[in-house]
Design a protein. Sequence first.
Length: 365
Amino acid sequence: MAQDRTGSDAASLFASPARLLVGTLIFVGIVFVGAVSAYVAAGWPIADAAYMVTLTIFSVGYGEVRPIATPYLRAVTIATMVLGCTGMIVLTGALVQMFAAIQLRRLLGLDRMQTLIERLSGHVVICGFGRIGVQLAKELHAAGTPFVILERDGGKIAEAQALGYLCHRGEATEESALRTVRIDRAKILATVLPDDAANVFITLSARNMNPGLEIIARGEAPTTESKLLHAGADKVVLPTHIGAERIAEMILYPSTAGFVANSAEMGQMKRGLHEFGLELEMVVVPDKGAMTGVTVGEAERRGRGAFFVVQIDHANGKSIQHPGEEVRLEAQDQVLLVVRGSRVSAGAIFTAPAQRQRTGRTFFG
């Protein structure tokens, strides 16, 4: 990779071309000034002047082409010796450094990695290798999905390389870096930086460079979601919101995790329903809850389409699959729900305490 570097290699990989250019300019400048401006001005033929400067700079020492008989020519010759040798030292040092950098790149496998990136097509680009980026890369790697990581931090790049991931060190907000990871041939871009402004800018750039790209963007503030969608993101993920929702689900659906974990078939069904925007949840009817003692039909009516009951496991061990509307929900029943919309609100309906009107009749307000 042309821009990849780690630790102390950063200076060498980028300074070598610049120092080589400076050394070349110094060398050519000294030869031009010494050969044309000085010796030719003193009446020497240009061929003799150039030959004299070359002998002086390279310290060959064959002797003077013409007599150095005047103070002016002696001063010019001394200046050519000092400045010429200095220019050659700079030029030679730059050449050595550049060759060393090339060998270092080959040793680290950077060129090979860039070659592999160039071959990618239909891949996923992950912008950012932080907490979310690490987990995302782990899941994609386990699934065998091709991906490349775009990260600016050298330490994180080294970590990704140690895990065997394709990666490129660069600033994701720069279009040149996005081109390097072949955003034009990518299928999905996941920008998961903890910086909302950067994610918006990356989304804008990526959408402009690849109109057919699917973009999944991370947002920290809820107000950023609309901005990311307006910038061209197809989906927006709010980790803070998801975390809070997940905690709420663990409170409202304490039995779901064990229920799904103990059944591979149920776990597969849950993943399948998720593709259609549905969730499979298990809730326990409390002793004195808003749904305790009501029928399945009444419970679904109160839910207003947020869920429907597919199975009831009574505390006595009896299980009813596809219960009818007349079946009543009893305390400590485990009720399997298919939920759509907000899982939190659906769970709250079941876990809410029963309230009573003045007539003593139980209802859910």
